[in-house]
Design a protein around this ligand. Structure first.
Ligand code: NDP
Length: 332
């Protein structure tokens, strides 16, 4: 294996701001390996909405910052007995927007033979979010016939996480309503398995949900849009429903008066993936389940576009401009 270089290319952010603060650099220092860490040569890096929160400063991290939360690549150095040079891994950690990333071995997973580094970078963060939220936040653990399955609604159902949610809910036999921001996105949500789709830009979502559910409302809502859809969620949720707010694509939800939950005894959650995959057992077993679903083609990862790492600005603009569907990837 080629010796580890002293410098590398990557994306540096000096101060919070718009996509223009993402700077392509060719002389970043290669991170020093700490005890229990591995150094990974990233091949593909997954773009996630959370990358924009760290870029803008909505989520806090010290600057200058190399952001980026997931990638697939090859181990080039290891100070952990669990991995050796040449191992193909996927990971969810920090500082992925670079040629090389050092991370705790506990945040990586060895890739099975049928899973490429591209598939790992395209699936881990959003796929595990969908899997853990369906299982643990919504409590849908058993595959049911669609007549018995709960009424669910997924916002941004053609997006990265939304596409995974719809496909996993479909495997579980839920009745799925997907919302999406154009006719093309609605068609994609339908292909992913949503039996009903609503164009959130041109239709009255509340009226359509009432019509589809005969006035009952939905049992579970998965909402990564946040601020713009929270009031709507309270309107369309069924009595005793579970409202899972998990993102801020339109901005963070304002502080909530808890009394608003009382008329329908709503369960309100604000989960994060990382708190569901804390132990080695949780991380490895959920990753294995996800890779099995992909290998069995029960879920498919549709890549919207693969950008060269140096063109990450365009990727952020496409994501924040609601131009993308499915997964955005960076190639190193
Ligand atoms: P997406 O691919 O879903 O992109 C975001 C989508 O949100 C857009 O395509 C758009 O779809 C919709 N949207 C609605 N309103 C806006 C707006 N004002 N600005 C931008 N987009 C808007 O991104 P991700 O899958 O990466 O993330 C989706 C959400 O899930 C994010 O909020 C993210 O933070 C959250 N998330 C949270 C996790 C957690 O652990 N809590 C883990 C993973 C993701 P449309 O045009 O169809 O409405």
């Amino acid at each position: 294996m080629a010796p580890v270089p002293k410098s590398m290319s990557g994306i540096l952010i000096d101060a919070p701001g718009g996509a223009d603060v993402l700077q392509w650099k060719t002389d970043l220092p290669v991170p020093q390996l700490q005890d229990g860490e591995i150094l990974v040569r990233n091949e593909f890096i997954g773009i996630n909405y959370i990358d924009t929160y760290f870029r803008t400063g909505l989520y806090k991290a010290p600057f200058p910052l190399v952001t980026g939360k997931e990638a697939g690549g090859v181990v080039v150095a290891s100070s952990s007995p669990e991995f050796k040079e040449g191992d193909r891994v996927g990971y969810i950690s920090d500082h992925a927007y670079a040629e090389l990333t050092a991370l705790p071995a506990a945040k990586a997973v060895l890739l099975p033979a049928g899973i490429t580094t591209e598939q790992a970078a395209a699936s881990l963060l959003q796929g595990l979010t969908a899997l853990t939220f369906v299982r643990e936040a919504a409590g849908i653990k058993q595959e049911l016939g669609v007549s018995e399955g709960p009424w669910t609604l997924v916002h941004a159902a053609a997006g990265g996480t939304g596409s995974q949610l719809v496909q996993i809910l479909s495997v579980m036999g839920a009745k799925i309503i997907g919302t999406a921001g154009s006719p093309e996105k609605c068609e994609l949500a339908r292909k992913n398995g949503a039996q009903w789709v609503i164009d959130s830009r041109s239709e009255d979502v509340a009226a359509r949900v009432k019509e589809i559910t005969s006035g009952r409302g939905v049992d579970v809502i998965f909402d990564g849009v946040g601020k713009a859809t929270f009031d709507l969620d309270l309107e369309i949720i069924a009595r005793k429903g579970t409202l899972i707010v998990f993102g801020n694509a339109s901005g963070p939800v304002d502080p909530v008066n808890l009394l608003r939950l009382s008329p329908k005894n709503i369960k309100l959650m604000r989960p994060v993936l990382l708190s569901y995959i804390v132990t080695k057992e949780e991380w490895r077993s959920y990753a294995t389940e996800l890779f099995d679903l992909i290998a069995a083609e029960k879920i498919k990862i549709a890549v919207f576009k693969t950008y060269p790492l140096s063109e990450v600005r365009q990727a952020h603009e496409d994501l924040e401009g609601r131009k993308s569907t499915g997964k955005l990837l960076l190639k190193v």
